[in-house]
Design a protein around this ligand. Structure first.
Ligand code: BGC
Length: 571
């Protein structure tokens, strides 16, 4: 028998073990259901986001040059309904209005991007600096600061100057590294006295894969199996160079931070007891977020990418891997170039192992290199974009993955939100409230797990141009009536809800949180619907113009048939 004191020592030991285990995230447990009531650490920063091409409009005004998105969206068949960002939300002209929306929300920060061709019309600094473009961002930054809203500024949210695409092939060409660095340097010089948070690239995965592999995004190239890897390689180098520029030339004076915003879905193994599925799911995340994060935090691509792409390249008869390599000097230059990590996250996939035969190099692709299949649970809600299923627990898992893989870096969530497909006014976005509530809650749990999340950015402040989807998907907290030339904004119910999360810095208790939700939906169905009456009526008029003649024609036709029927019966 154990002596009493030994028993209590054991008991205490077990308790300590249990407690420390509770701090570590348990990857095998799937406690999806429970809601955690509590608040965020003091000083947690709440924000909303946007990007230049998606909201500014004014595509050819005040000396702005063309971007690859201006050109791409004007080509027939690239964007739903052939829509463009030419005028979009007219954000260029509505700085004051939009900052008052942010104030209404009580935001701590606003994330926006600078349009490179608005500052440098050809993309090249020595050609010409467009002072009017500088003035626009000066005005926005000043106005934010006057209202105590911290600007978080992205340097590249996909709108590469068209001249750089035409002259050099865009991100396929290493010369982009220096051009981008010059542009970034100009931004540090002109805005860095006021901007303290810089994001070099937004979601480089999309730039590489959708811009240079599938061609769904600008510049629309389909260089399968090589284009995305090459673009990513240059983007990573460009990011590192800009970080070093800030570090050596500006940091001491300006005392800001430079990070990158990486997007990543979470990948969960279909069968958590199957080693092959576990490895496939890990591969999914490594080919996504890890592709960029691993070089930046550890100096080189994830081993699994090097192995898979390398092996397939050999099988395809190529002398070298389709995945480019970093020299030892480049590795140490790139490693550690991140003061904070921006994380963009929307959704999750189930992943299972699936072998893709290597075939010839002409049939290679980023997707087949991964040897996996993506699945979704049909019970997951998907109110908007077809790729966007609401799976809140995946968010906590992704955040914990970042913590364990990259040494618990400082994180700002730079994008998280949900769209809706309805084209008509719909201000009672109950499902968006649900999405935000659950995703923000999973982020809170991740913070309790020890993940170092400092801020959260709801995506997005306004409905806006959704790239190849045009205006058919709406991510905004504020509804924008695109049919009206003035592009008026109307608050959706989620504005009320998010505002309360912000002012309580989290979820104080069940009673209050449920109350917020009820109130938000109540307000929207009364007063907010009145606000929406305008766009609704104009929409109805549009429909009547088409429907009325059709109904008339139909009634005439029906009467004729009926008459013929009567006449026949008489005969
Ligand atoms: C992009 C945003 C876009 C969102 C939804 C993100 O990855 O950075 O610009 O609005 O996806 O499509």
């Amino acid at each position: 028998m154990l002596p009493r004191c030994a028993f209590s020592v054991c008991h205490v030991l077990m308790l300590v073990l249990c407690l420390s285990a509770a701090e570590d995230f348990d990857w095998t447990k799937n406690d999806h259901g429970s809601f955690y009531y509590g608040t965020f650490p003091a000083g947690f920063s709440w924000g909303a986001g946007s990007s230049a091409y998606q909201t500014e409009g004014a595509w050819d005004k005040d000396g702005k040059g063309l971007s690859i998105w201006d050109v791409f969206s004007h080509k027939k068949g690239k964007i739903q309904q052939n829509e463009t960002g030419d005028s979009s939300c007219e954000g260029y002209y509505k700085v004051k209005d939009d900052v008052s929306l942010m104030k209404e929300l009580k935001l701590n920060h606003y994330r926006f991007s600078i349009s490179w061709p608005r500052l440098l019309p050809t993309g090249i600094k020595s050609d010409h600096i467009n002072e009017k473009g500088i003035q626009h961002y000066d005005q926005l930054i000043d106005h934010l600061l006057e209202n105590k809203i911290t600007p978080i500024v992205t340097l590249y949210h996909w709108d590469l100057p068209q001249v750089l695409q035409e002259k050099y092939g865009g991100w396929q060409n290493i010369s982009m590294v220096n051009h981008f660095n010059e542009f970034a340097n100009l931004c540090f010089e002109r805005f860095g006295n006021r901007v303290k948070y810089w994001i070099t690239f937004n979601n480089p995965w999309s730039v590489a894969v959708e811009g240079y592999e599938t061609g769904e995004h600008a510049p629309g190239l389909k260089l399968r199996g090589t284009g995305a890897y090459r673009a990513a390689h240059h983007i990573i180098k460009a990011h590192a160079k800009v970080w070093h520029t800030y570090d050596t030339q500006w940091r001491a004076k300006q005392k800001g931070l430079v990070g990158i915003s990486l997007s990543g879905d979470w990948g969960e193994p279909v069968d958590i007891s199957n080693q092959k599925d576990i490895e496939a799911a890990e591969r999914y995340v490594q080919f996504y977020l890890g592709w960029f994060a691993t070089p930046i935090f550890h100096g080189d691509y994830p081993q699994v990418m090097k192995d898979f792409i390398g092996r397939k390249s050999v099988q395809q008869g190529l002398g070298t891997s389709r995945l480019p390599t970093f020299s030892p000097q480049e590795k140490s230059y790139i490693k550690g170039t991140c003061d904070f990590l921006g994380v963009g996250h929307f959704t999750t996939r189930y992943i299972t192992q699936k072998n893709n035969p290597s075939g010839r190099s002409s049939s290679s692709s980023y997707f087949s290199d991964r040897d996996l299949a993506e699945l979704v649970d049909p019970r997951w809600p998907d109110p908007g974009s077809e790729w966007l299923y609401s799976v809140p627990w995946g968010f906590r898992r992704l955040l914990n993955f970042v913590k364990t893989q990259y040494g618990n870096p400082m994180i700002y969530v730079t994008e998280n939100g949900v769209s809706e497909k309805m084209l008509c006014t719909e201000l009672c976005d109950d499902w968006r409230i649900q999405y935000y509530k659950d995703y923000i809650n999973e982020m809170l749990k991740a913070i309790k797990d020890g993940v170092n999340v400092k801020g959260y950015t709801a995506w997005s402040l306004l409905d806006k141009f959704e790239w190849d989807e045009g205006y058919s998907e709406r991510f905004g907290l504020y509804y924008v009536d695109f049919r009206n030339k003035n592009k008026p904004r109307y608050p959706k119910a989620s504005v009320q809800f998010y505002k309360r999360v912000i002012s309580s810095n989290g979820f104080p208790n069940q009673r209050e949180v449920e109350n917020w939700r009820r109130k938000a939906v109540e307000t929207c169905s009364s007063s907010n619907q009145l606000l929406a009456a305008d766009p609704l009526t104009s929409h109805m008029e549009m429909v009547t113009e088409i429907v009325v003649p059709t109904v008339c024609t139909l009634s005439i036709l029906l009467s004729a048939i009926f008459l013929m029927f009567l006449l026949r019966r008489r005969n």
